[in-house]
Ligand binder design. Structure first.
Ligand SMILES: Cc1cc2nc3c(=O)[nH]c(=O)nc-3n(C[C@H](O)[C@H](O)[C@H](O)COP(=O)(O)O)c2cc1C
Length: 435
């Protein structure tokens, strides 16, 4: 019998959770110590999540109006902490859940990344993952001494080589190199630790790594490329993919495409788990959930401004210069190509205005509104049609929302046999690949 189970992941920012609502408490003041995020990790583990993904970027954006006003007013890109130091704190408070940190191949030196990930894999007991991004903004590049970011596809070419190098560094120690032989007083057998002598087109490193290889061999590799070049990169390297696709048909097409690319590369299509972005809206009753969803979808000038601030940052087109009450003019980007394409597709052949699109814009693959029982049913049906592998839940979190998912939706999914009931393996990779 085929396994009907799917995986769950959560997209998390190391920034303030929702802070100015009725049920948001004081987290807007205290989030900086990371404790609320650690509590979220515990809740998600209780829910049976495979992993949480800590996103990252490194800029204060002035993409909108040529000013940081909107970015900072809504806390879109800043303030945000470095996610890497949070990983061991989360690991210490949990036992099973995988924890994925984001690091950019454009800005992190490969040796540093290989060493950091290896260290984190040991600190988490084999539960770390790396979300590989190439970064998308000139403003971020300028914080690292560059004038502009490399061209979109070129960034992925560099990233391919980068992954080859860090993999070689992780493999520079043979698994049985540490002998701890008391008789000879030998801690490590030096004949089992090798230089890598990597001399590529973009990167060079002598090696070996000066720490031991990761417990998992290599951390779980996570990726979110949506363009053709991004998908090829993901199909080559990723164990799990974060994907936005509107509706079951597009979700299926996306997953089929990734699986076909993996197979064409000689890999096993089941070895890449595609996670679709959703933001379930839950209530005690269908009516309560629908009222919540309606309130979230209501037109609002703040929502339009924040959406356009966000899009301006990640595409570096200043959307404040466009007429809100006209269709969107033709725009291109060297940043997030697929995100821009998704946004523009909401224009339905230029029949909707920029204001309407910005009001409607959510990065959400499926509308999931209702009681936990109803939403669990929708998720199960969607996964059957798509073929697998799981969902990435997003949304500005607060403790109440996390609990609705972990303590409301997850038990319903588990009762139906749709998500894991416990963690059968020690490492993140083994659990992720278990079904
Ligand atoms: C769910 C999700 C999470 C992402 N997280 C990050 C991130 O943390 N940092 C980042 O720079 N880019 C992030 N991205 C952007 C992707 O790495 C990629 O640049 C984007 O999806 C566009 O890919 P494309 O240019 O191949 O279409 C994320 C994208 C998605 C869909």
């Amino acid at each position: 019998m085929s396994d009907a189970r799917f995986h769950l992941a959560w997209f998390l920012n190391f920034s303030s959770p929702a802070w100015n609502g009725t049920f948001t408490g004081s987290d807007g003041a205290t989030w900086t110590d990371g404790r609320v995020h650690v509590e979220m990790a515990r809740s998600l583990e209780r829910g049976g999540f495979d992993y949480l993904m800590l996103e990252d970027s490194s800029m204060v954006s002035d993409g909108y109006e040529g000013s940081s006003r909107v970015d900072l007013k809504y806390g879109l890109y800043a303030p945000k902490h470095d996610p890497m130091p949070l990983i061991p704190l989360m690991a210490d408070a949990t036992r099973h859940i995988g924890i994925v940190g984001t690091a950019s191949t454009t800005f992190y030196p490969p040796y540093l990344l290989a060493r950091r990930m290896s260290t984190l894999d040991h600190l988490t007991g084999g539960r770390v993952g790396w979300n590989i991004v190439t970064s998308s903004e000139d403003r971020a590049a300028q914080n690292f001494g560059m004038d502009t970011l490399f061209e979109h596809d070129h960034r992925y070419d560099r990233a391919d080589e980068y992954v080859d190098l860090v993999t070689r560094l992780w493999e520079s120690w043979e698994p049985d190199a540490v002998v701890k032989d008391a008789a000879t007083g030998t801690f490590v057998d030096h004949t089992k630790v090798h230089t890598v002598d990597f001399d590529g087109k973009f990167f060079a490193s002598r090696g070996p790594l000066n720490t031991m290889p990761p417990i998992q061999g290599r951390p779980v590799i996570c990726q979110a490329g949506g363009s053709p070049r991004g998908r090829q990169f993901a199909a080559t390297h990723a164990d799990t993919l974060l994907a936005s696709a509107y509706g079951v048909e597009k979700m299926k097409a996306y997953r089929d495409d990734i699986r076909a690319r993996r197979a064409d590369l000689g890999g096993d299509p089941d070895s890449v788990k595609v996670m679709f972005i959703v933001s379930p809206v839950l209530g005690e009753t269908m009516q309560e959930a629908q009222e919540k969803a309606d309130a979230m979808a209501a037109d609002s000038a703040d929502k339009v401004e924040a959406a356009l601030g966000h899009l301006s940052a990640l595409t570096e087109n200043d959307f404040s210069t466009f007429d809100l009450d006209a269709p969107v003019p033709t725009v291109t980007t060297n940043g997030h190509r697929s995100t821009l394409a998704d946004f523009l597709s909401l224009g339905e052949g230029n029949t909707r205005t920029l204001r309407e699109i910005a009001n409607a814009w959510t990065i959400n693959s499926l509308p999931l509104v209702g009681t936990p029982d109803h939403v669990a049913g929708l998720m199960g049906e969607a996964m059957q049609e798509v073929g697998g592998d799981g969902f990435l839940i997003t949304g500005k979190p607060n403790r109440r929302y996390i609990s609705e998912i972990a303590d409301g939706l997850c038990p319903e999914l588990r009762r139906r046999g749709l998500i894991r009931d416990g963690y059968e393996h020690r490492t993140f990779r083994e659990n992720l690949m278990a079904f």
